[in-house]
Design a protein around this ligand. Structure first.
Ligand SMILES: *Cc1c(COP(=O)(O)O)cnc(C)c1O
Length: 227
């Protein structure tokens, strides 16, 4: 059995190797440790090993774990990587430092209103449905340019990047390359892509943030899994 610190070091090494192989500076890739379904004790283990950036996909679950940890570790950076409902926009703006799942006008409006009200402006990523899967969240590739412009110019959201979750049964590299291309033409520096199974590929194709859960924390309980 490896410890959390060992798994963390291994993932960091793999990210650095993939970055160097692609002629990139490893410092340009941030590891988002996806702690969904795992308790605060497991998050604390990673914090003690030096990890500071975490991702959760449910607002309520994050609210149960992170306020106390953030008080203890003021440099902790929390990313929302799961679907956001408009009635959770207030809580999301209050707790998260980055919101990676902005994917429709209603949520953009709700976030803008809350940012104005709270005076807190978490960085935003637009989620892109690169596989155009009907059941999956995200903006269709053809609609991204327009949606980014609306979020920036009309809603004044601090949009800094794009995020995608490729279809499980397709070659992820094609989706990663597409996301990087759309980000480049929109002048967006942030590219969130790659999970436990494919983060090295994502790094080679330009990811600035990889979202790694099971490779760091071990398998999640099947019933509690929610992508
Ligand atoms: C759960 C999740 C991850 C991490 O998945 P692993 O395969 O466990 O690394 C990454 N991104 C999103 C959006 C997720 O929901």
């Amino acid at each position: 059995m490896s410890t959390g610190a060992e798994r963390l070091a291994d993932v960091h090494q793999r990210i650095a190797a993939a970055a160097r192989a692609a002629g990139r500076d490893p410092a340009g890739v941030a590891l988002v440790a996806v702690s969904k379904t795992h308790g605060a004790d497991r998050v604390r283990e990673m914090l003690e090993a030096g990890q500071r950036v975490f991702g959760e996909n449910r607002v309520q679950e994050a609210e149960e774990k992170f306020p106390a940890l953030k008080a203890e570790y003021p440099d902790l950076e929390l990313h929302l990587i799961g679907p956001l409902q408009t009635n959770k926009a207030r809580d999301a703006v209050a707790l998260f430092d980055v919101i990676q799942s902005v994917d429709r006008d209603r949520i953009a409006v709700a976030l803008a209103k809350e940012m104005e009200r709270q005076g807190r402006r978490p960085a935003c990523y637009i989620q892109v449905n690169t596989g155009e899967e009907p059941q999956k969240a995200g903006v269709a590739p053809a609609d991204v340019d327009g949606f980014v412009a609306t979020c920036r110019d009309v809603h004044k959201l601090p949009v800094i990047g794009l995020m995608c979750i490729p279809p499980v049964d397709e070659e992820p590299a094609l989706h990663f390359a597409l996301l990087a291309k759309i980000a480049a033409r929109n002048g967006l520096a942030g590219i969130s892509m790659g999970m436990s199974a494919d983060y090295e590929t994502a790094v080679r194709l330009g990811a600035t943030h990889v979202r790694v859960g099971s490779a760091l924390f071990g398998a999640r309980a099947p019933l509690a899994t929610h992508a």
